[in-house]
Ligand binder design. Structure first.
Ligand code: HEM
Length: 419
């Protein structure tokens, strides 16, 4: 059984999903940050792209959506404009249109609204953990990390309990569309052309559209005005209202964005507890640690490896010219391990402050909508976990997701001793 350290030879192929089955190739990113921070990467399956690997450069560029737009896609893979229009979410729209749409849903995910759910989140965490802890050996991803985020989203939005496993499966198929453990339609292995008009080239997108359509219909018919779904579908103070197609896209986006990012943060956090054994005692010993611990777990996990933008104008940086039309990837996986920004970045320091990580993006208009929810879920889960567990050990090798887009431990066998 291995404690994980990067083993890449500093020249890993970052375009290959297979590379990431050994974890993020951090030696390669460390070399790029030092030698060639604005690096042109050839892409055998399509048009090449610029890799931005330093924290300070991403900070400089991410807010500049005039120059770097999300409007041609957010993944490395190329898509035609027709495909983009058919399957874009509001993450792939910029300017006023994005702002207006985000305003319609922002209140529902704001700090004060999400804090109201703390009791419910904690209750769900307790139930999940108490069910799992009947056994002392289990896969922590399957039994804990995979369970919480979708169930929580279901509670917050008000989805029927019995639909949740189906939604988790669809969310996985949508985002983890490069890992055969999660989809039959592996993006770079099979011809997924007939799904090219669906979100993430996946038939799961079409299923989620139908589900969202039905949900909206039921909500309207019931006349029920409670809950977060009502906040999303009801008109804003300025009278603006989310349209049906916007809602369908937004729902797909929630299932995709809110599901595995939080799951893989929890998985990385539990993995850290197995190997930095002082962490559990620290969690148990000092209530103040919860002011900083959730963000450090999220920095450590960095579940979104990158997001892509496309240049609309030429832009010069570190003596390189990014040309209008070029694809640009902000590698958060790299910037969150940048020694110029974080002391000892390969160590989990639950007291880290300041912790200006970029796992949620940083400062730009697309900064994660689910920040408050993700932080609260992670805080409650690890609080309840550390109340119950006195020792945790990893019992067999863990496995990483096959994806250069999402970074995650998908299997983590552990043994626990209860207090
Ligand atoms: C630890 C967990 C999470 C991480 C690391 C994460 C990360 C990210 C990142 C990196 C972005 C893009 C930022 C940018 O391009 O500037 C993003 C956007 C987004 N996230 Fe999250 N996310 C997490 C949890 C969630 C949750 C729980 C939800 C929903 C409930 C969510 C909903 C969204 C949405 C809707 C967007 C698009 C925002 C926009 O384009 O305006 N995320 N997230």
């Amino acid at each position: 059984m291995t404690i994980w350290h990067p083993t890449d030879n500093s020249y890993a192929d970052i375009t290959s999903h297979d590379t990431f089955t050994n974890g993020v190739p951090h030696n390669t990113f460390a070399r790029l940050r030092t030698e060639d921070p604005i690096h042109w990467t050839k892409y055998k399956d399509g048009i090449g792209f610029w890799s931005i690997t330093r924290h300070e450069d991403i900070s400089l560029m991410i807010g500049n959506t005039e120059t770097f737009t999300s409007e041609y896609g957010i993944r490395m893979e190329d898509q035609s404009y027709e495909e983009y229009l058919a399957r874009r979410t509001f993450q792939e729209i910029d300017g006023m249109q994005h702002r207006n749409l985000r305003m319609k849903v922002a209140k529902a995910f704001s700090g004060p609204v999400i804090r109201e759910f703390e009791y419910s989140i904690r209750d769900l965490c307790s139930k999940i953990l108490d069910d799992v802890f009947v056994d002392s050996e289990f896969d922590a991803v399957e039994k804990i990390a995979r369970e919480l985020p979708m169930k929580m989203l279901g509670r917050i939005i008000g989805l029927p309990e019995e639909d949740l496993p189906w939604l988790v499966e669809k969310g996985d198929a949508l985002i983890a569309n490069t890992d055969p453990d999660f989809t039959d339609h592996v993006l770079d292995k099979l011809d997924t052309d007939k799904f090219r008009m669906m979100p993430h080239n996946s038939p799961a997108g079409a299923d989620l559209y139908l589900y969202a359509e039905d949900l909206m219909k039921k909500k309207k018919q019931s006349g029920d005005t409670n809950g977060i779904l009502s906040m999303i579908v009801e008109p804003n103070e300025d009278g603006s209202k989310i349209s049906e197609i916007e809602f369908k896209n937004f729902f797909c986006q929630l299932v995709a964005a809110g599901n595995d990012t939080t799951r893989y943060s929890i998985a990385a956090g539990i993995h850290a507890l197995c190997h930095q054994t002082e962490l559990l005692a620290k969690m148990q010993g000092d209530p103040k640690i919860w002011d900083t611990a959730p963000d450090e777990i999220i920095r450590w996990a960095s579940p979104v490896n990158y997001f892509r933008r496309t240049a609309r104008k030429d832009f010069e940086i570190h003596n390189k010219i990014i040309k209008s039309g070029d694809k640009v990837l902000y590698w958060f996986a790299s910037s969150n391990r940048d020694v110029k920004k974080f002391g000892n970045p390969f160590k989990v320091d639950l007291y880290r402050k300041p912790n200006n990580h970029q796992a949620f993006g940083q400062g730009g208009p697309h900064i994660c909508l689910g920040i408050w929810l993700a932080r609260l879920e992670i805080k409650c889960l690890f609080q309840e976990f550390s109340k119950r567990v006195s020792k945790i050990t990893q019992t067999d090798n863990h496995e990483f997701l096959r994806s250069n887009f999402i970074n995650g431990i998908k299997k983590l066998p552990v043994n626990i001793k209860l207090q």
